[in-house]
Ligand binder design. Structure first.
Ligand code: NAP
Length: 523
């Protein structure tokens, strides 16, 4: 079992007591009393906080860090030691002492004596590196165990890249006794979410955003509601979104909600992969190697900026299956990891766009054959949309600010092209905006002159922030059929789910999650 622990870090005993109560109310399973946050450190106040926690049926860790190990205030070492010994006398379940301090004879002696009379209490011996991974974490754990076999070793280190997390995950997976292993920083978030899967004894979460005590810590609400901490088990499959940045991705909310509604034993995590192609390739090599070695349960990834081309190249280099249209687009936004580490690549951006369009028009994809379609833009989204349209034989004209880009794309997909100022002469059945024109904060702008819009047209804006762009408002005002960017987003997510599970997700849940998040105009 992994305890979900909330650090209480109030500046006085009363506010710390309130945090302990709030933590219990909101679903914490353990509290960590971070006494180094107190403005006044008094050994006598420890008992009150320990009794309060026990009265609420919450196991308690008592910690009083020094600044070099991430503490808030530098109290004198003797006072901190007295406080920790007092915590043991008062019945604290766990007392966390820094391994560097425990190696001092007087600290080791006092704590060992204090714990001798307390068979129900345990020491946590912790080491932190706020800059980089430990050179040899296995050796450090071994050293801690040798010094005190009953203690729970805890290592928390900065993951400067997501690939640093694998050292922690490997050690946890091979563990035979309790240990706490966590990676700090944005790249280390997966180690916190997957603590329950890989078996860290504790994972720490902040009560609120402003009471986070280590870099990369999530809030209690995020862990319980967004990542469904209690649904994660050792056999839970892992999915995620690979990108840089990924912190604001909607995908974890969409897929975790879908997994919950469908009763799927899976979790979806943000996978921050830095360092362009090299970082990406190394990450997937780690994943594949672990699947070959016995299976960690990585099953699939959504891929976003800047890794869609890297994902395609990875699958090509490995010789596994690449969806032909994804190869033609030059981008993979969906990876499937099969048993034995087989990685296959797909593109659901084009599928999402085609499905959004055809559903609104009440036709099948082949019904687009021969339709005149104006695509505005020649970037990544245009490329996916044009590939899908060309595949079913639509007559496409590409309009773009940089004409050379439109020309190159037109050459590849055998379409016509024109500069943006030719939009005034546009005659089309369908217009699709694939530029960022009209996106927040420039919400008053539109890529298309209003006078070319007619009621017989279908008008699709891939921009989803805002949901109703000026382009769509103007099209709706002349009676055109309109399709917003959220529909493409929803349908590409549904297509991903279908590739991973060979089943449709609960569409109402996906739709509700996307619309409730995108309705926030500040996104
Ligand atoms: P991209 O590769 O950077 O391409 C951007 C395109 O927009 C280029 O053709 C660029 O023209 C054009 N553009 C940008 N600013 C312009 C301006 N001020 N005036 C004229 N043209 C301008 O971006 P992308 O990945 O294709 O994404 C484009 C848009 O698609 C995004 O802004 C987003 O709103 C939307 N999107 C929607 C979804 C969805 O699921 N609905 C998913 C992803 C993206 P140049 O070639 O001349 O630079």
């Amino acid at each position: 079992m992994t305890y979900l622990a909330v650090p209480a870090c109030g500046h006085d005993v009363d506010s710390m007591a309130k945090q302990v109560q709030a933590a219990k109310q909101r679903g914490a399973e353990m509290v960590e009393l971070r006494l180094d946050y107190l403005d006044r450190l008094d050994p006598d106040s420890v008992g009150r906080l320990v009794r309060l926690s026990h009265g609420l049926d919450l196991p308690v860790i008592v910690t009083c860090r020094d600044i070099s190990e991430g503490g808030h205030r530098n109290y004198p070492p003797e006072l901190r030691l007295r406080v920790l010994c007092k915590a043991l006398q008062e019945g604290a379940d766990y007392v966390d002492c820094e391994w560097a301090n425990f190696q001092r004879p007087e600290v080791c002696k006092s704590l060992s004596e204090a714990i001798r009379d307390r068979p129900a209490s345990r020491l946590i011996l912790s080491a932190h590196d706020f800059e980089k991974p430990f050179t040899d974490p296995a050796d450090l754990i071994h050293e801690i165990r040798q010094a005190n076999p009953q203690a729970v070793p805890k290592l928390a280190f900065m993951a400067n890249h997501i690939n640093d997390c694998f050292a922690a995950i490997d050690l946890l997976s091979a563990r035979r006794t309790d240990m706490i292993l966590l990676c700090m920083g944005s790249a280390g978030v997966i180690s916190r979410i997957l603590a329950q899967k890989f078996g860290s004894f504790v994972t720490y979460v902040g009560l609120e955003e402003d009471s986070i005590t280590a870099p990369g810590q999530l809030t209690l609400e995020q862990m319980l509601c967004l990542y469904r901490f209690h649904a994660i088990r050792p056999d839970t499959e892992i999915y995620g979104v690979i990108g840089d940045p990924v912190a604001h991705s909607l995908s974890p909310a969409i897929f975790n909600a879908a997994f919950e509604a469908a009763g799927v034993n899976a979790v979806y995590v943000p996978v921050l992969v830095q360092e362009q192609r090299r970082g990406f390739t190394e990450f997937l090599d780690h994943v594949v190697q672990r699947e070959i070695d016995g299976g960690f349960g990585f099953r699939g990834f959504s891929v976003t900026i800047p890794h869609k081309a890297h994902a395609m190249e990875y699958v090509q280099d490995k010789g596994d299956y690449l969806e032909p249209l994804a190869g033609k687009i030059g981008a993979v936004n969906t990876l499937k990891v099969g048993y034995g580490g087989i990685v296959t690549g797909y593109n659901t951006d084009y599928a999402g766009a085609m499905d959004a369009l055809t559903t609104a028009m009440g036709i099948e994809r082949h019904g687009l054959h021969g339709k005149n379609v104006a695509v505005i833009g020649a970037g990544g989204v245009s490329r996916a949309v044009i590939a899908g349209l060309a595949d079913v034989g639509a007559k496409v004209t590409i309009y773009n600010r940089t004409l050379a880009k439109a020309e190159a794309l037109a050459g590849q997909f055998d379409t016509r092209y024109a500069p943006l100022d030719q939009l005034i002469n546009l005659k089309a059945d369908i217009i699709i905006n694939c530029t960022s024109i009209g996106m927040h904060p420039d919400v008053e702008t539109s890529s298309v002159p209003q006078q070319v819009l007619t009621d017989s047209m279908t008008v699709f804006d891939t921009v989803y922030n805002p949901l109703e762009t000026t382009f769509l408002k103007q099209a709706a005002s002349v009676g055109a059929r309109v399709v917003n960017g959220a529909e493409m987003f929803i349908r590409q997510a549904i297509a991903q789910y279908r590739l991973w599970f060979q089943a449709l997700p609960p569409e109402d849940i996906v739709r509700r999650t996307v619309y409730s998040n995108l309705s926030n105009p500040t996104l």
